[in-house]
Design a protein around this ligand. Structure first.
Ligand code: ATP
Ligand code: MG
Length: 331
């Protein structure tokens, strides 16, 4: 079976609706057809300042959310990045074949550095796409299900893997991004010019673990657009389009059907329906997360099993890379 790898950071808010619709749901759906590896990428979560206790807690919560979102630890390899030291080890090698200019062109870093100034950012944040390339290449990954914002990083991964292969001999499988079009970029409800994002936070974000009342309120106060028609028009009506796409994604109703159903009705009606449909997803999800967090020992044991399965794949890949690059293999 073709191999799939993906991960999310245990940072900021817990997972949000964009993470769920853009990534997690796809991950769950891929388990039947693919050999799936899903990682809580905690090494990535310390790139921008963090609190150690909160990180520990967040890592467990993120793993619980993967499971509540449909990841089956028996069918998928579910693990925490820092449990598998090969990630950091391979990242070093890849960093040594990455151009400084090449890394500087990563738009996500440029955006962050632009917002916070280069003094406010870290070298870790700058090299994070290289660590991400290591995450993916270690598992001979064929496909990486991600949101649109990660397209450039998967492209970098392909470039680095291809460069390594050309320079040192065939070592890595080159992965392709898998980006389902409709839900590739769920927008911030207050600022439909930007994607919903953990690090940005704010009241335009639907945290999957938010109190249902807060979820409802945030959807009902979503920014909509001028005019009254409920149609999908990303250029002129980004706010309304975002709500229709969310409704379509959580109910499985086609976008055209929703447009038809809302002919002659107003934004208020739309928001009401979106809120109730999102809650239908969120409420059982939260219940499952709470159950899982009630037994942290069981969760930790499950993550330890996942890490051991992951290392069985990652260790031979790293060994291959070490040999090719010319490191003396210990006797
Ligand atoms: P941060 O702001 O800290 O980068 P994030 O919200 O972008 O957080 P990540 O952990 O970086 O979340 O991303 C996890 C996955 O969710 C990735 O596959 C990413 O492409 C996807 N994703 C993130 N935001 C969205 C969104 N608004 N719509 C669709 N997919 C998204
Ligand atoms: Mg991100």
């Amino acid at each position: 079976r073709p191999r799939v790898f993906s991960g999310m950071q245990p940072t900021g808010s817990s997972l949000h609706l964009g993470n769920y619709l853009g990534a997690l749901r796809q991950w769950a759906a891929m388990q039947d057809e693919y050999d799936t590896f899903y990682c809580v990428v905690d090494l990535h979560a310390i790139t921008a300042g963090h609190d150690p206790d909160a990180l520990r807690e967040r890592s467990r919560v993120t793993a619980a959310q993967y499971i509540a979102g449909g990841i089956d630890p028996e069918r998928s390899t579910l693990f925490v990045q820092s449990h598998v030291p090969e990630h950091a080890q391979l990242a070093w090698i890849l960093g040594c074949i990455t151009g400084f200019g090449e890394a500087s062109r990563m738009t996500q870093f440029k955006d962050r550095a632009g917002r916070e100034g280069t003094e406010g950012t870290t070298v870790g944040l700058f090299t994070y796409p290289i660590l991400q390339a290591a995450d993916i290449l270690l598992y001979d990954t064929d496909m990486v299900p991600v949101g649109e914002d990660q397209r450039q990083h998967v492209e970098l991964t392909r470039n680095l893997g291809g460069r390594f292969n050309a320079r040192f001999g065939e070592t890595f499988v080159l992965p392709k991004p898998y980006i389902p079009e409709e839900t590739a970029k769920i927008l911030d409800l207050q600022d439909p010019g930007a994607k919903m994002s953990k690090s940005m936070g704010g009241s335009g974000l639907i945290d999957l673990l938010d109190d249902p009342k807060v979820v409802e309120k945030r959807i009902k106060s979503a920014v909509t657009d001028s005019g009254r028609e409920i149609v999908v028009d990303p250029e002129n009506k980004p706010g309304v389009t975002n709500l229709v796409i969310i409704l379509s994604a959580v109910t499985g109703r086609a976008v055209a059907q929703i447009e038809h159903d809302f002919e002659g009705r107003g934004y208020g009606d739309l928001k009401k329906e979106v809120a109730s449909a999102v809650l239908d997803t969120v409420v059982p999800f939260q219940k499952r997360v709470r159950e899982l967090l009630d037994d942290p020992a069981e969760l930790d044991a499950l993550l330890a099993r996942g890490a051991s399965k992951a290392r069985d794949v990652a260790a031979p890949t790293l060994r291959r890379a070490y040999e090719r690059v010319g490191f003396l293999v210990p006797a």
